[in-house]
Design a protein around this ligand. Structure first.
Ligand code: ZN
Length: 254
């Protein structure tokens, strides 16, 4: 296999430039040029412009709920105060008139993000196959048969999601496996499968390292990449509009 047969699937960057750069370096090292991002390029973190500029080069980008909230003021209403303040600060950065030409391009890019993407038999969304931008599919949802059956009814075979920042594999027989349980490698079989690729910029599974997935045919590898989260934290602490919790959680992966 050469890098040309591989695809990197990343999600939930959340304006964390240090994490994104570390992940992109790891992807480059593997010779992979095909990158799909499942959304939430922005929100929470200190470098929205830089992260958008890097995301523009990906093969495809999906709309996340934080991207949507930056675009449409009314969609921020359901956000908690921490997330909402970050979205409002992010919007200000993208409205800065000193950077008007670049910012216009960034808004155009965000405005054109699609809610779903299909390639071969795979569906790519931010949240869930039935409500692509906002619905969460959590590991504990496997106990909710009605919800999961309806969600799987929208999947032909494989679906890649982000949004919960909790990496792992759901199969239609109501099973969830975190990456550790499969030693970070999983072979997709004939069952309907939903893969959560985890989060680049704000992991919440107790591991501080950035998380993403490499897809090689039917083989999925969960990759963790160490990055300098202390630098990201320092930046967040200096921006009063960003809540300190958005920094603190990076040191704990929660
Ligand atoms: Zn997110």
């Amino acid at each position: 296999m050469t890098g040309a047969d591989l695809k990197a699937i990343i999600s939930d960057i959340h304006s964390n430039l240090e994490a994104l750069q570390a992940v992109l370096a790891d992807i480059r090292k593997r010779g992979i040029s095909d990158i799909i991002c499942l959304g939430d390029i922005i929100g929470y973190g200190p470098n929205p412009k830089e992260c958008i500029d890097l995301a523009k080069r990906f093969s495809f980008n999906i709309l996340g709920n934080h991207d949507e909230a930056a675009l449409w003021a009314e969609s921020v209403e359901s956000f908690n105060p921490v997330a909402r303040a970050a979205v409002e600060w992010t919007r200000q950065q993208l409205e800065d008139s000193k950077d008007r030409t670049q910012n216009t391009k960034r808004w155009d890019f965000l405005g054109e993000l699609q809610r779903t993407y299909r390639e071969n038999s795979a569906l790519y969304v931010h949240g869930s196959p039935r409500k692509p931008v906002r619905e969460y599919v959590f590991p504990e949802d496997i106990a909710n048969r009605v919800k999961m059956q309806d969600i799987f009814s929208k999947v032909d075979h494989v679906c890649f999601i982000g949004h919960s920042h909790m990496p792992g594999i759901f199969t239609e027989d109501m099973s969830f496996k975190p990456p550790q349980e499969v030693f970070n490698t999983y072979e997709i079989d004939s069952r309907k499968t939903i893969i959560n690729v985890g989060s680049v910029g704000q992991p919440r599974d107790g591991d501080t390292r950035a998380c993403y997935v490499v897809l090689e045919g039917s083989r999925v590898e969960f990759v963790r990449v160490q990055y300098g989260f202390e630098d990201t934290m320092k930046k967040i602490y200096t921006i009063s509009e960003l809540d300190n919790f958005s920094a603190d959680r990076l040191a704990e992966g929660r």
